[in-house]
Design a protein around this ligand. Structure first.
Ligand SMILES: N[C@@H](CCC(=O)N[C@@H](CS)C(=O)NCC(=O)O)C(=O)O
Length: 223
């Protein structure tokens, strides 16, 4: 199996962190892909050109980060990431959905800045997504109060939250999330030291540290 990814995609990073947390990394080849061009090698395998994309041996291409993780769990059996107990699983699905929505909100705003000239940007859409993000940070802060044990795998909800929060640190967005939710920042900074996250951090984004201010990196991240 081959996973196509870009280094700065939070969705692809979710799958890459999942592979490491679940102990499945040796089973999947990770291939850095080029996107947003007609020359993208991804277009040889399907119409979308999006990452993450998991290419199977029969040529089928599975898209969508959450679906890829579920497929890999079905293929290789339950991992610690899948949280078998139903009462834990339900709460984690709530968390994964919320964190995915934050990831979407951040990506929408990043694309607005990256691919539109200032006079083309929608102030209304940006304000709407900013407000959504603010609510999501507060909800995540209420949920993620205790850092996970270092010797247990992260859940899919925790992986998604960490991947979303990493993108929130990019200077392009100037998100004041760390000052608004210092407890959440502490949670993230602790989780971000795990090898699964440290190995997959986009080099253009700031390395998390509790002392970091929101706008330290000059790099931006296409999404
Ligand atoms: N909902 C999708 C989102 C995937 C997505 O937005 N991928 C972006 C990178 S962050 C992409 O491939 N963009 C290139 C393009 O749209 O052509 C998922 O969960 O995987």
């Amino acid at each position: 199996m081959e996973l196509f990814y870009t280094a700065n995609s939070p969705y692809a990073r979710k799958v890459r962190v999942f592979l490491r947390e679940a102990g499945l990394a040796p089973r999947v080849t990770e291939t850095l892909a080029v996107t947003r061009t007609e020359e993208s090698p991804l277009l040889a395998h399907g119409p979308t050109g999006r990452v993450p994309a998991l290419l199977l041996s029969d040529g089928a291409l599975i898209l969508e980060a959450a679906l890829i993780c579920r497929f890999l769990e079905e293929e290789y059996g339950p991992t610690g990431v899948s949280l078998a107990a139903p009462e834990v699983r339900r709460g984690d699905l709530v968390l994964e959905g919320m964190a995915t929505t934050l990831m979407d909100s951040l990506s929408i705003r990043a694309r607005e800045f990256l691919y539109r000239r200032p006079d083309e940007r929608s102030a209304r859409a940006l304000a709407y997504e900013t407000a959504r993000g603010t609510r999501c940070y507060a909800a995540l802060a209420a949920t993620l109060t205790v850092p996970p044990a270092a010797d247990a795998p992260l859940s899919l909800g925790q992986i998604t939250a960490a991947a979303a929060l990493a993108t929130a640190d990019q200077a392009l967005l100037a998100e004041p999330w760390r000052t608004a939710q210092p407890g959440l920042a502490t949670w993230y900074d602790q989780v971000a030291t795990r090898p699964s996250l440290a190995d997959t951090l986009y080099p253009g984004w700031p390395t998390p540290s509790p002392a970091q201010s929101p706008a330290q990196s000059k790099d931006s991240a296409p999404a």
